[in-house]
Design a protein around this ligand. Structure first.
Ligand SMILES: [Zn+2]
Length: 412
């Protein structure tokens, strides 16, 4: 009997242990997305009710650079299968530096990176990264610090000042010490010697950080692949006139584009252009590529036509469509053509802002001109045919006019 009880107890214990073990195992089997936390250095309450700007050098303010780079890193990472959080997304009066550990730990990160800029009254240049000593996971922290410093320094060919233990920091220790994840404090570059990079290359700082973080959580970098259309081509044509246009795309991802893998595909209104055009050269991340010999033959119909292009990798479209806008004015409407050419110069300077509204106004102007010309021509013709019977002429011209009104909605 006693052995029976003991056996039952043992079974009960095994069941309970099995149940407890089952919980976390099942949770792990669902493989949750890695959680990446970015802490834009400074921009928090300095403890006296003011925002701490960090270091300032000329027009460069540390908290503005770190927030911009953190946001852009999030922008790149959010295209991928990871969760990204910033400890703050604007000046944060509600927290001081001492509160950041609570924010980070509350997010239960897989990895956490604090982003700062360095400052020196010497000519010091380059990137360094600090790791924890006696923190949550010093080994992973040190490894992450080493590849972050190398990744950022390599991006710009500036000195890699390497991974450094927080105990060597003049402050004696760093606020990443309390973070419950492999954590690094990254000093992007120096506000003085590297000022130009920090002013103009923030997207590429973000690329370098995003590459290292994705690699560290085993997410392939092609998840962030993206083409951004740079401006648009626009010109005024007579019917059936042919022109050569250019389309420019920015490689806004993390990997180079290789010829053979990528092509520019016509997705709308070929207007005599080929179905697809090969990538002309290798395009590094952050670089632009231009296809400068894209033909477009204007249709016969006056109005606004759009030839559209999209970058494809194999069968997968990537990012923005690029548009070639073909404005067709009636044959021989030389004055109208000149007037519209003047207006599209202004449009080019404005960029994409209000482009569609402006194009709609131009389209109406062209259609008005077409209607006016047609009505004049028809009135003349009917006068000849009907011998001046003004009622019949008016009725016929009116019918044609109404038909045109219906058609003027069409626009591609
Ligand atoms: Zn700082």
């Amino acid at each position: 009997m006693r052995s029976y009880v003991r056996t039952m107890m043992l079974i009960l214990v095994l069941v309970v242990v099995g149940f407890l073990a089952g919980g976390p195992t099942e949770a792990r089997a669902q493989s949750p997305r890695p959680v990446l936390v970015l802490d834009p250095g400074h921009g928090w309450n300095n403890g006296a009710g003011l925002i701490d700007p960090g270091e300032v050098s000329g027009d460069l303010v540390e908290k503005e650079i770190t927030l911009d780079v953190a946001r852009q890193t999030r922008d790149l990472l959010s295209r991928c299968d990871v969760d990204v959080h910033l400890t703050h997304d604007r000046d944060d009066y509600n927290h001081t530096e001492n509160d950041i550990a609570d924010i980070v730990n509350g997010l239960d990160p897989t990895l956490a990176v604090s982003i700062h800029t360095n400052s020196s009254d010497t000519t010091a240049s380059g990137t360094e990264a600090w790791y924890t000593v006696g923190g949550y996971d010093d080994t992973s922290s040190q490894a992450l610090a080493a590849i972050l410093a190398a990744g950022v320094a390599d991006q710009f060919a500036i000195p890699n000042r390497g991974a450094k233990p927080e105990t060597q920091n003049p402050l004696g220790g760093l606020y990443i010490h309390e973070w419950e994840a492999p954590s690094v404090l990254l000093e992007l570059a120096f506000l003085q010697a590297d000022a130009e990079l920090l002013r103009t290359e923030r997207r590429n700082f973000a690329r370098a950080i995003a590459r290292v973080l994705l690699s560290s959580v085993n997410v392939p970098l092609d998840c962030a692949d993206h083409a951004t259309a740079e401006g648009f081509a626009i010109a005024v044509y007579f019917p059936e006139e042919e022109r050569i246009n250019a389309v420019t795309l920015l490689n806004d991802g993390l990997l180079p584009w290789e010829p053979g893998e990528y092509s520019l595909v016509n997705t709308h209104n070929p207007l005599g252009a080929p179905e697809s055009l090969p990538l002309p050269q290798v395009v590094q991340a952050g670089e632009m590529v231009t296809w400068d010999a894209i033909p477009a033959k204007a249709p016969e119909t006056a109005g606004i036509h759009r030839q559209k292009w999209q970058l494809y990798k194999g069968d997968t479209p990537l990012g923005d469509e690029a548009t070639v806008i073909v404005i067709v004015v009636p044959q021989q409407a030389v004055d109208l053509k000149e007037e519209i050419e003047h207006k599209i110069d202004e449009l080019r300077q404005q960029g994409q802002q209000h482009l569609e509204e402006q194009l709609e106004l131009l389209r109406q102007q062209i259609m008005d001109a077409v209607e006016q010309k047609l009505t004049e021509w028809l009135t003349d013709a009917f006068h000849k045919i009907c011998g001046g019977n003004s009622a019949v002429v008016g009725l016929a011209a009116g019918l044609v006019f109404l038909k045109l009104r219906k058609k003027r909605r069409s626009n591609d």
